[in-house]
Design a protein around this ligand. Structure first.
Ligand code: CTP
Ligand code: CA
Length: 226
């Protein structure tokens, strides 16, 4: 029987977690973004913290209640800001978890003044954002662990495995949109984890904090860890 629930199996490990959405400004009052709540990222940050890790969070705008004192916490808005904050500390990290829903595109230019309503249609020109996970993945040291997330609506396993390779992840966590109780803005999740080694693990639908600990447990199956 366990009387002490506090595990310290990640004591002293430095962990970077990107989380939340990014907001890409269009003009002084508008932005392009997505529905990410940051719940899964925050659950991971809390779980790592309670297992003894030193957690560095780089978070897009979220509306969750957080005790930021528990972390090295940096708020950012755009993908560019998230990349800059993450790349600055990447080299010191033992584990990086890319849980942010980074906007893939940003407005080609930010209008200096509020865009006035005129024609019946408005065409927005968007340019591709920096891929934070891919760029830092290309710089990954052999003793660093990188974990990615994927949300797919079709060819889920195949697409997740392609991302695993492309971004040099050690493992990728696939969230299924099709599973009830999983995805954005909810407190539960169901994941399918693919390791670079070929190992696969599937979870049941469970609260995000339980899923977070299951994901963290899987780090122990990564060859560089043992
Ligand atoms: N990611 C990132 N920077 C980006 C886009 C994605 O760091 N600009 C990370 C996410 O945090 C996630 C992983 O890459 O860990 C996969 O994100 P996803 O949006 O599923 O993949 P994309 O490569 O953007 O492909 P697509 O959206 O076209 O499926
Ligand atoms: Ca994307």
């Amino acid at each position: 029987q366990k009387f002490f629930t506090t595990k310290t199996d990640f004591k002293g490990k430095k962990v970077l977690i990107t989380m939340g959405p990014t907001q890409e400004a269009l003009d002084p009052v508008r932005y392009v973004s997505n529905h990410s709540s940051g719940k899964m990222g925050l659950a991971l940050a809390n779980a790592f913290m309670s297992r003894g890790a030193d957690v560095f969070v780089v978070s897009g705008p979220i509306s969750l209640k957080v005790n930021k004192d528990n972390f090295h916490w940096q708020d950012v808005k755009s993908a560019k800001e998230m990349y800059e904050a993450s790349s600055k500390i990447h080299d010191q990290m033992d584990i990086c978890v890319f849980a942010a829903a980074v906007a893939d595109y940003a407005p080609a230019e930010i209008a200096p003044e509020k865009i006035k309503k005129s024609d019946s249609t408005l065409l927005l020109s968007l340019v591709k954002n920096v891929d934070i996970a891919a760029k830092l993945g290309a710089e990954k040291r052999p003793n660093q662990v990188h974990i990615g997330f994927a949300l797919e609506t079709e060819n889920e396993a195949k697409n997740a495995q392609v991302k695993l390779g492309k971004k040099n992840f050690d493992m990728i966590v696939l969230n299924s949109m099709k599973e009830s109780g999983a995805g954005f803005q909810v407190d539960t999740n169901k994941v399918h984890i693919f390791h670079a080694s070929g190992l696969e693990v599937e979870s049941d639908v469970a609260p995000k904090n339980q899923i977070a600990n299951l994901i963290i447990d899987q780090i122990k199956n990564i060859p560089v860890w043992v």
